[in-house]
Write a protein that binds this ligand. Structure first.
Ligand SMILES: Nc1ncnc2c1ncn2[C@@H]1O[C@H](COP(=O)(O)OP(=O)(O)O)[C@@H](O)[C@H]1O
Ligand SMILES: [Mg+2]
Length: 366
């Protein structure tokens, strides 16, 4: 899988950009705040992922009303022209080969990317929300049904939270509570099912990568933590549903009393252990970074196993954060797919890496 070229108009700080990429390594270097991350963000956007912003309007250049992205990609031995037109104040238009797409999930169905940024290195030490985001970003790209269930779940959760919050002043709002809880349980059962299956695949791939990485000094293990009444998260969603409803029922009074959503997979976590001990609590910074890299690299392998091709890998400022040994490990591990690597002008990484080099300054290639 690869992106041959990219055209941007009014995207972030790019007035207009046309770039043709190398099929293997692309090095993007420049000073801070020049547009390196923005370029990777544009590529990720064409793969259906918005990791940096929740709203399209943030992507449109200040003072302008629309932005345009276009990329020619190759996937499963076919060529696609992917286009996105973003508007301030109304919905975006996504197209593949001129045909309108219904959702970003359809972009992900064609073109996939795995992004790696310095914040990911704290994945293990961060709160559960970061690990859920990691799971969501991966599974959304692989399974359109998951992406659909996730946005449904989030929509219902926001609504239910508002009901709970405002019910003190307006108790009649609680009449609708059970309806929203039921909807959340239905969508939540789908989330749990897919998360369990994805984590199973992480369990199959990440420990070997981590062993390699750590010179077999430590063993990585992963565990899915979800709603306590769910005994088999791998089961089909319809079998998970009754367990979620039972948990909701048991917490109904507490939710009303605390005015917050207490039950559901929005509290899930991916527990990471190193040699049998909770990594978040006991492991050193270096160990948790290595474990985070192992998880990310195994996500890339899972994508490859799923689609038959490596996703495009976006390494944003991550290599310069690593010591030499970890840098080499990552660079050796990522062969075989197209990679974009950003780095700062002065960290000399750009001269070490072989590939097509782009120097970015002020939202343009110089
Ligand atoms: N919507 C926008 N319109 C114009 N400029 C933007 C927009 N969003 C971000 N920027 C600018 O992009 C620059 C940051 O670019 P970024 O790609 O993050 O830099 P870096 O090269 O350090 O990765 C900042 O100067 C910021 O002001
Ligand atoms: Mg950056």
């Amino acid at each position: 899988m690869q992106i041959h070229n990219l055209t941007l108009d009014y995207f972030r700080n790019y007035l207009h950009l046309e770039a043709a990429f190398d099929p293997s390594v692309n090095v993007i270097y420049g000073d801070n705040a020049q547009g390196k991350t923005n370029l990777l963000e544009a590529i990720a956007y064409l793969s259906g992922v918005s990791h940096r912003s929740r709203y399209d309007r943030e992507l449109i250049q200040f003072g302008v009303d629309r932005a345009f992205l276009r990329g020619e990609v190759e996937s499963r031995e076919r060529s696609f022209v992917l286009e996105a037109e973003l508007h301030r104040g109304r919905g975006r238009t996504l197209k593949s080969n001129g045909v309108r797409l219904k959702s970003a999930a359809e972009l992900s169905g064609i073109f996939q990317s795995v992004l790696f940024c310095p914040e990911d290195l704290t994945l293990i030490r961060a709160g559960a929300a970061e690990r859920r985001r990691f799971l969501d970003e991966c599974i959304c790209q692989l399974r359109p049904r998951y992406a659909q269930a996730l946005s449904e779940y989030k929509r219902l959760q926001e609504h239910k939270t508002r009901i709970l919050r405002d019910s003190e002043d307006k108790p009649s709002l609680l009449d609708a509570l059970d309806e929203f809880s039921l909807g959340m349980a239905k969508a939540g059962a789908v989330l749990i099912h897919y998360r369990a299956h994805f984590i199973r695949r992480l369990q199959e791939t990440a420990p070997a990568i981590h062993a390699d990485f750590s010179g077999s000094r430590e063993t990585l293990s992963l565990r899915y933590e979800t709603v306590s009444t769910v005994t088999d998260p791998m089961a089909p969603p319809r079998e998970i549903l009754p367990a979620l409803l039972a948990h909701q029922e048991a917490h109904r009074a507490a939710e009303i009393a605390s005015r917050t959503c207490l039950t559901g997979p929005h509290k899930d976590d991916l527990a990471v252990e190193l040699s049998g001990q909770c990594a978040r609590t006991y492991a050193s910074q270096g160990q948790t970074r290595t474990a985070a890299l192992s998880l990310k690299l195994s996500a890339r392998e899972i994508f490859q196993a799923d689609t038959g091709e490596y996703p495009v890998l976006l390494l944003d400022d991550v290599l310069s954060e690593l010591d030499k040994r970890r840098q080499e490990f990552v660079l050796n591990r990522i062969r075989g797919g197209q990679t974009f690597i950003t780095c700062c002008e002065d960290d000399r990484l750009s001269s070490l890496l072989k590939g097509k080099v782009f120097h970015i300054r002020g939202g343009a290639i110089v």
